[in-house]
Design a protein around this ligand. Structure first.
Ligand SMILES: [Zn+2]
Length: 346
C-alpha cells in the first residue's frame, strides 16, 4: 500500500511547511500535483493534455477551453493569496482542535474577522467527501440537543434554540470506538430517524438504540436492531444514561469542542458544518501526523466545487453539487514527490 509519506507528500513540521510554501507559485505547484497528478485533464471535456499558459493556467488540446488549477475549487476567485490560504489550512489541520475565526484573524494578521470566518467555512465545506462509506459493524445511534447560543442583536448572546442532532458511533471489540457521524434532525420521529440511520449506517450493521418508538422498524430496513429499554435498566438499578455510552461520550466531546475552540459562538444555521468538522477531527483522532491531515484537507479542497461567500452566509447551506473526485495519481511536481495512490480513504 502506497501511503502518502511525510516529508515527501506533505510537510512533517511547521519548518518544512514554511520551506515548501514560500510563494503563491509553490502553492499552485502543490495544488496542481494534487489535482492533476497524471497531468492536466480538461474539466470541460475530460480530455487529457493541454498547453501550459503560465500562472498555472492550461489550454485544453481538445476543446480549447482555458482553465486554472484553482478553477472549480474553494480557492477559485478569492483575493486572499494562496500562501495565506495554505497557512490557514495548516493551522486548521495541525491543531488537534482546529482554530477559531478570531484566532485565525489574529495569527494571520488579516484585517477582517469575516475573511477569516469565511476561509474556515470554505475549508469546512470540503470535509465531507461524496461517496464516503457508511458506518459498519455494531453502531450506537441516539439523538441529543446541541448548540443553543446565537449572537444577539445587541452584542450579547441571546439564547437560541438547541438543535436536535443524530449521533451514530461504531463500537469496537473488545473495547473502544471507531468512526462517528452527526447530523441535525428535524424531529425525533421515525420519518427523521430512519433516514439518519440509512444515510450513515451500512445495512447489515447492528444498530443499538434506546427504547424510543422512533427507532421501531429498523429491522425492516436491513439492520439488526437492538433496542435497550431505559425503563428495564432503571428497574435493574442501572444508570439509564449509560445505556449508550459511545454516543454520550461523542456528544459530550462535541459540546466541549464547540464551547472550547469556538466559545459556543456557533449559530444554528452553521451548526451542520461545525458538526462535520468535529466528525472529521474525531475520525482522525489517532492520526499521528497533523501534516497528513493538512494534505487530506487540501486534497479534498481541490476535488471540490467552489464555495462562494453567498453559499455560506447565515441561512444558506453550501450547494450539494457533487465534486469531481481526483483521478489516479501520477507525476510529481517540481518538488520531488512520488506518486500517491489513495487506498487510505476513510
Ligand atoms: Zn477540453
Amino acid at each position: 500500500m502506497d501511503y502518502p509519506r511525510p516529508g515527501k507528500h506533505y510537510p512533517r513540521s511547521v519548518g518544512e511547511f514554511q520551506a515548501w510554501f514560500r510563494t503563491d507559485a509553490d502553492c499552485l505547484d502543490y495544488l496542481e500535483w494534487l489535482r492533476w497528478p497524471a497531468g492536466f485533464v480538461c474539466p470541460a471535456c475530460g480530455q487529457d493534455g493541454g498547453w501550459r499558459l503560465g500562472d498555472a493556467r492550461f489550454k485544453c488540446t481538445g476543446c480549447g477551453s482555458r482553465t486554472s488549477v484553482t478553477a472549480g475549487t474553494i480557492f477559485d476567485r478569492t483575493r486572499t493569496p494562496l500562501t495565506v490560504w495554505f497557512t490557514a489550512c495548516w493551522l486548521f489541520a495541525s491543531g488537534k482542535d482546529g482554530i477559531s475565526a478570531l484566532s485565525l484573524k489574529r495569527t494571520l494578521e488579516i484585517g477582517s474577522y469575516q475573511t477569516a470566518w469565511a476561509m474556515l467555512h470554505r475549508l469546512r465545506s470540503v470535509l465531507v467527501h461524496p461517496g464516503r462509506e457508511r458506518l459498519t459493524g455494531v453502531v450506537e445511534v441516539d439523538e441529543t440537543y446541541i448548540g443553543g447560543k446565537e449572537a444577539g442583536l445587541s452584542g450579547g448572546r441571546a439564547k437560541g434554540k438547541k438543535v436536535l442532532t443524530g449521533i451514530a458511533v461504531e463500537i469496537k471489540e473488545p473495547k473502544g470506538y471507531g468512526r462517528c457521524r452527526m447530523a441535525p434532525l428535524a424531529d425525533g420521529s421515525s420519518a427523521s430517524l430512519h433516514p439518519f440511520v440509512t444515510d450513515h449506517v451500512e445495512p447489515g450493521a447492528t444498530v443499538i438504540t434506546d427504547g424510543w418508538q422512533g427507532y421501531r422498524g429498523l429491522d425492516k430496513l436491513g439492520y439488526g436492531h437492538e433496542p435497550r429499554s431505559q425503563r428495564a435498566a432503571r428497574a435493574r438499578g442501572e444508570d439509564a444514561s449509560k445505556l449508550l455510552p459511545a454516543v454520550h461520550r461523542v456528544a459530550s466531546l462535541a459540546k466541549r469542542w464547540l464551547l472550547g475552540t469556538h466559545q459556543g459562538s456557533v449559530d444554528d444555521a452553521h451548526l451542520p458544518s461545525y458538526l462535520n468538522e468535529f466528525v472529521f477531527r474525531f475520525n482522525r483522532r489517532h492520526s499521528r501526523s497533523r501534516g497528513m491531515v493538512f494534505y487530506r484537507v487540501l486534497e479534498l479542497a481541490v476535488g471540490h466545487d467552489p464555495v462562494r461567500y453567498g453559499d455560506i452566509v447565515a441561512g444558506r447551506r453550501p450547494r450539494k453539487v457533487p465534486p469531481t473526485p481526483p483521478l489516479a495519481r501520477g507525476k510529481p511536481p517540481s518538488i520531488e514527490r512520488p506518486r500517491a495512490n489513495r487506498p487510505w480513504r476513510s
